[in-house]
Structure formats: structure tokens, C-alpha cells
Design a protein around this ligand. Structure first.
Ligand code: F6R
Length: 370
């Protein structure tokens, strides 16, 4: 059932082109209009919402963070992302004009379920993004957008994460269309680019995997790894760090690259391993330049800089101990590609340490207690 792979995790990382393709399948009608499954919320109501709050835990919450950049940009609806357990117990301001997006692979995470119940009691509508048919969170929501990642067996999330991000994009594009499509051209480009993502993930797995396997072997005994990113690269950095903690039991931290000089740069010492997720240069020159200067800052203090950058971005080479190139795509879609080498790195490093990547210690696949 592992389909010839060494672990479920390995299989699920390689399932990702399919998981993304299946999550995209059948969502557009002939006019290019998006359709969502199980949409039980009146479209007129969706037109009038004035705030979106994404609630989730762990990896699913990082998918939510990616969603925020996309939804705010395309829809101009104020969007917050909050850990479900924090949301639930802080007396949040939500009402009939709030749309809650609850993201959960299992659909059984108790923290997220309790937050959903709380939000609905305040009159908010809830859309669930979920990978498990008929589970509790979709059952208790007003609408559901299923991710079609297939069963995720390994405890740490991989293909569900990418599918959640895709579902969030679909929701954002749907709301943008519904509310008047201000960025029509850009949105059409994004829809086209989305269709190309599965093949790009496949190419990444085919062409880059060995480089990442070698990198993991080289850094097998490292004690601490930092991850830096800006914009949508920030949640990718957080997710890269979480995977490494979970699978390899290594101390790892993700930062917003802009925070570096506000404290974390004190951690940088000779030989410190730092992953930096560099945004596309395409249309976002200033963002790119900022991250390049962050690479220089940590490099100057002795860090080993492992840079994840877009193919063609030769400029970063001179500042990098190593560059992992990922295929080009729209800026907002980059997490679907940049995350993959980080998943592989964590899995390979854990494997090199002789650890069980499918069942890390102390973790459960779904956390059904608060
Ligand atoms: C990390 C991981 C967890 C889950 C979190 C939420 O690899 O798997 O952080 O993402 O427990 O689980 P779901 O999505 O089932 O609500």
C-alpha cells in the first residue's frame, strides 16, 4: 500500500502532483466560473461579508496564512488567520457579516471544531476546507470545500497541506469573481498557472530530489536549523521548521525575514544552517531585493545559506552555500513549489537518523482532545 515507497510519507510527498490536480478538478464551468462543492451559503450573503477569519491548527494554519495573502489581494476582504484554540478563548468579534474558513485535514481536530461551534453561535457562517468526507467539522459547517488529497496516513501532513492551499486559492478566486473581479487579468493568469502546478511539482521531485537527499546527509548531525521567508514565503518557512521538528526532532524555527534584525539575527553563528525562501523577481523586485539582503546579512555572520529560489534567479548564487531551484510560477502560488524541498529535506534527514518518519514520537494523526 506504500506503492513501492520506503514510507507513507515518501509516497504522500510523491502523491502531491495528483493531490493538487484532483483538488483542482471539476471546479470550473465552461465560462471559467468557479463552482464549490456543498455550497449551502447564499451567494448574496457571501457578497456582503466584511471580514474573513481563517481558523486551523498546525500545518493547516500555515495553509491559512498563505490564504490570507491571496484572498486579501484578490478580493480586498480583510482576512485574519488565527490558531483555533486561541480564537476560541479570546472572545473574538465575529457576527453575521463574518465568514469563517475552518481548515482541517482530518475534520476531527477538537480545537478547530470548538472554534467552529463558537463562531456559529455568534452568527457567523462557516466554510470548511477538509480532506475527510462526512467528518465532524464539515458536518457542523455551512458549506464545505473538499480537498481531494486522498487518505493521508503519515502523521505529519504533506499532501493535505498543498491541497489545502489550493482549496484556499479556489475559495479566494470564487469570492473575487462573485464580488466583481477587480483583477480580472491577473485572476485569469493565476487560474492558468494553477493548472500547470502538478507538472511543476513532478518536475521538482524528478530533478531536485537527489540534491536535497545529499543536503540532508551532509547536515545529518546539525542541532538547529532556521528558516526565513517573506510574504507567502513566511508560512513556507514556518512549515519547513515544523516538518523538521516533527520528523527529525531537531530544533527548528521559522521567521519572517524582516524580523531578523529585530532579534533572531543574534542566533546566527559560524555554521548555523539557514534556509531562505526567495520570492519570484517577476513583478516584485523590491520584495526580492529585501530577501537577498537578508541572505547577505546571515551569510556575513557565518551562516550556511540554503536558498530556495526560482529557476533563472542566478543573482542569488553568489550569496548561497547552496541553491535549490524551483520552477517559476505566479508569486502567490509559489508555496506549492517551495514547500516540497523542505518536506523532502525533513524526511531524508529523519531517515538518515534512523527515525520512523510515518509515526514520529508523541504525535497523533488527529488531535481529538482540546
Ligand atoms: C503537522 C500536522 C499537524 C496538523 C494539525 C491539524 O504536520 O500534521 O500540525 O496539521 O494537527 O490537523 P487537521 O488538519 O487534521 O485539523
Amino acid at each position: 500500500e506504500k506503492g513501492g515507497f520506503a514510507s507513507f510519507m515518501d509516497k504522500e510527498i510523491h502523491d502531491q502532483p495528483q493531490a493538487v490536480a484532483d483538488t483542482l478538478l471539476g471546479r470550473f464551468d465552461l465560462e471559467g466560473r468557479l463552482t464549490l462543492d456543498d455550497m449551502r451559503i447564499d451567494e448574496s450573503l457571501l457578497k456582503s461579508i466584511d471580514k474573513i477569519v481563517v481558523i486551523a491548527c498546525g500545518t493547516a494554519a500555515y495553509a491559512g496564512q498563505v490564504a490570507r495573502y491571496a484572498i486579501e489581494h484578490w478580493c480586498r476582504i480583510p482576512t485574519e488567520v488565527e490558531l483555533a484554540h486561541e480564537f476560541r478563548y479570546r472572545d473574538p468579534v465575529v457576527n453575521e457579516k463574518t465568514l469563517i474558513v475552518a481548515i482541517s485535514q482530518s475534520g476531527e481536530t477538537m480545537d478547530t471544531l470548538m472554534a467552529v461551534r463558537h463562531a456559529r453561535e455568534q452568527g457567523a457562517k462557516v466554510i470548511a476546507i477538509c480532506n475527510t468526507y462526512g467528518s465532524s467539522i464539515p458536518r457542523e459547517s455551512d458549506a464545505v470545500l473538499y480537498t481531494h488529497a486522498g487518505p493521508e496516513i503519515a502523521v505529519a501532513s504533506t499532501k493535505a497541506f498543498l491541497s489545502q492551499i489550493v482549496a484556499c486559492y479556489l475559495l479566494g478566486l470564487y469570492l473575487a469573481q462573485l464580488r466583481g473581479n477587480k483583477y480580472r487579468d491577473e485572476i485569469e493568469t493565476v487560474i492558468r498557472e494553477l493548472q500547470e502546478i502538478p507538472a511543476k511539482i513532478q518536475r521538482l521531485l524528478d530533478e531536485d530530489k537527489q540534491q536535497v537527499v545529499d543536503l540532508a546527509a551532509k547536515y545529518k548531525d546539525t542541532q538547529s536549523v532556521l528558516f526565513l521567508g517573506r510574504h507567502v514565503g513566511y508560512p513556507v518557512a514556518m512549515e519547513g521548521a515544523l516538518k523538521l521538528k516533527e520528523l527529525a526532532y531537531i530544533h527548528a524555527e521559522g521567521f519572517a525575514a524582516g524580523e531578523l534584525k529585530h532579534g533572531p539575527i543574534a542566533l546566527i553563528d559560524e555554521g548555523q544552517m539557514v534556509f531562505i525562501i526567495v520570492p519570484s523577481k517577476n513583478g516584485r523586485d523590491s520584495l526580492h531585493a529585501k530577501v537577498v539582503s537578508n541572505i547577505q546579512e546571515v551569510r556575513a555572520r557565518g551562516a550556511n545559506t540554503i536558498v530556495i529560489a526560482e529557476e533563472g534567479d542566478e543573482e542569488v548564487r553568489q550569496y548561497a552555500s547552496e541553491v535549490i531551484f524551483v520552477p517559476q510560477t505566479a508569486t502567490l502560488l509559489a508555496p506549492l513549489l517551495a514547500t516540497v524541498p523542505l518536506q523532502v529535506f525533513a524526511m531524508e534527514l529523519a531517515t538518515d537518523k534512523g527515525l520512523d518518519v510515518d509515526q514520529p514520537r508523541n504525535l497523533a494523526k488527529s488531535v481529538t482532545v482540546e
